[in-house]
Design a protein around this ligand. Structure first.
Ligand code: ARG
Length: 588
């Protein structure tokens, strides 16, 4: 379906044209004086210079042409030359009826869907998830879901850090503790045990212990580096241990991401592309993209138009070791080969901006991707505590994600219990659902690149620009619909009718903006646009609700129209929270 604003612009554009002016001047925008009008057009102001005429004269001419409008109930030229517009009730109602009938509520599907890989999450195996992993998970999941809703073919890849020194550290510490393990016996040729020689909680303790030791003890660190090297060069026992670490850790990651309602299509990691590195290095050398500089193998990526220094992309260190860069480039190659994506989106902390600039330039220069392949880095800002500094535990440490979730679940449960005066299993589940909305909405309602303050009190509030407020609105609508059902059923084929009040019309106009909003959220990779939209929608609905007695309305026809309207509000709110990555309970 055409976007509502485009549709209503057409008539104003035509009026500009028949008055002898450039058609494009007729672009309509939302009103910035909602007290005066619903929409406006500033084209006469721009046209004044072009046609050397007073803007008000142009505006007046255009307004005169709109006398017999199907779209507008009011087109008014006002000083110094604006056009104030109001849309006809019948026109909006007709548009919403069509929307309600159309497959994706008026959002047109692409003729050829793009294949998109979203690389997000990026946890490092064997280290517990901490609050730093929250943003990539939340933002990446939403970007993925928005693109899916927009009709694209989207693959979410977790891209684990599973090949670095942390693995060598764990193996080293295990060796110290249990030197008799068969994995350390070089002469062992049999099958390794199926059961891992450690539990998850042991693993979680082993890594920090080993990491601390390696910082104090150079010999220990050397051992860990050697173990890493042995693992990477394929020593059997080390590979088997690595597999155990992966299995135990991935099971835990899955559980954690599950709590966040975050789901990956691919569980790939840095380890998956190690075998591709030698071939890629040969290629980069042979084609002359890479050269040796101060012992390291590098690819220059600076460009003439650069205003800041962009250092070369290092492919191999002087000791021949590969780096984070190398793996990311090999992963790009691998993805092109296996999935041939049109677009790859990376969601990481914005401190990796320069890094991805280098990687993307290198991939382009060395033709690891095609000219049309889009490479996009969505760099997010820091999640801060109320003191404005990066979020920490009360003791000043890094907070585990599970702890944070627990805290917010508890706070939500407390609020729900306070409201209901009791607590049962259903209430506990509800608390979790609402808590997740609090966290995710609190994050996503900010533009991703900005820092924000993680404020539990604010995020869990049922009022204001919060997840719980949105859920509360959905639950309210569901409860009205249920009441009407109990009264004897909902009309089956009811259509949305012309608005009978200012608040009803405002609600309808807000609904009409759905497809344009969703398209923008996809095009601009901007979940915060979805949040802004549903906040306005929820407000518009609640204003209407407070002024309108729906359930007790006598006029059955009128009531049926409202029910149809409510169902559309509910559906759009639910679609939106779904692409944001959370859901609504039945009651709160
Ligand atoms: N594991 C990385 C880190 O902890 C994040 C990975 C992001 N994705 C990527 N393809 N580099 O910083």
């Amino acid at each position: 379906m055409k976007r509502f604003l485009d549709l209503i612009s057409e008539e104003i554009k035509a009026a500009f044209e028949t008055s002898g002016y450039d058609r494009e001047l007729g672009k309509v925008t939302l009103s910035n004086r909602p007290d005066l009008c619903e929409y406006q057009c500033n084209g006469a102001m721009a046209g004044a210079k072009l046609y050397k005429k007073a803007p008000i004269m142009i505006a007046q001419e255009v307004a005169n042409r709109c006398g017999e409008s199907k779209v507008f109930s009011e087109v008014m030229a006002v000083a110094p030359g604006f056009l104030n517009l109001k849309v006809k009730e019948s026109f909006v109602a007709e548009y919403l009826c069509q929307m309600a009938k159309s497959l994706k509520f008026g959002l047109d599907m692409p003729q050829t869907p793009s294949k998109i890989i979203v690389d997000y999450g990026g946890p490092n195996v064997a280290k517990p998830l901490h609050v730093g992993h929250l943003r990539p998970a939340i933002i990446g999941e939403s970007i993925k879901r928005i693109a899916k809703y927009a009709g694209h073919d989207v693959i979410g890849d977790i891209h684990m850090g599973d090949w670095g020194l942390q693995m060598g550290l764990i193996i080293t510490e295990l060796n110290k503790r249990q030197p008799g393990l068969v994995y350390f016996d070089e002469n062992f040729e049999g099958e390794y045990p199926k059961e891992p020689p450690f539990t998850l909680s042991e693993l979680e303790e082993i890594y920090p212990t080993a990491s601390a030791k390696s910082k104090e003890d150079a010999a220990y660190k050397a051992l860990a580096m050697e173990a890493t090297f042995k693992l990477q060069s394929g020593v059997r026992g080390y590979r088997a241990l690595w597999r155990h670490i992966m299995d135990v850790s991935i099971a835990d990651l899955k559980r954690n991401y599950n709590h966040l309602d975050v789901e990956f299509d691919l569980w790939k990691g840095e380890s998956d592309v190690q075998d591709l590195i030698p071939g890629m290095v040969d290629y980069l050398k042979k084609e002359g993209y890479a050269y040796i500089s101060e012992g390291a193998l590098v690819v220059d990526v600076k460009e003439e138009t650069d205003t800041k220094e962009i250092p070369p992309c290092i492919i191999l260190k002087s000791d021949g070791a590969s780096l984070y860069n190398t793996t990311d480039l090999a992963t790009i190659m691998d993805r092109m080969e296996k999935y041939h994506p049109d677009k790859m989106i990376y969601v990481t902390d914005k401190r990796q901006d320069l890094y991805f600039e280098q990687i993307f330039r290198c991939a382009r220069k060395a033709k690891l991707v095609e000219e049309e392949t889009e490479l996009l880095h969505i760099g997010f800002g820091t999640m801060n505590g109320k003191d404005g500094k990066p979020f920490k535990t009360r003791e000043g440490g890094v907070m585990r994600l599970e702890m944070l979730m627990q805290e917010i679940n508890d706070e939500m449960a407390r609020k729900i219990e306070e409201g209901r005066g009791e607590m049962d299993e259903e209430a506990k589940e509800t608390a979790k659902t609402v808590a997740l909305s609090a966290i995710k909405y609190g994050d996503l309602s900010n533009q991703a690149s900005k820092d924000y303050i993680f404020d539990i009190d604010k995020f869990t509030s049922f009022e204001g620009d919060t997840g719980p407020y949105i859920l509360y609105t959905i639950v309210r609508i569901k409860s009205i619909l249920n009441k009407v059902k109990e009264q004897g059923g909902l009309p089956k084929e009811a259509a949305i009718q012309e608005a009978g009040s200012v608040s009803e019309k405002a609600l309808m106009l807000q609904l009409a903006g759905f497809n344009a909003m969703m398209e923008a959220a996809y095009q601009e990779t901007a979940p915060h646009k979805v949040c802004a939209y549903i906040y306005d929608l929820a407000n518009a609905f609640n204003r209407f609700y407070h002024e309108t007695k729906i359930v007790s309305e006598e006029d059955q026809n009128k009531k049926a129209g409202w029910i149809a309207l409510l169902m559309l509000v509910r559906d759009l709110l639910e679609i939106c929270i779904n692409v944001l990555g959370f859901s609504a309970p039945e009651r709160m």
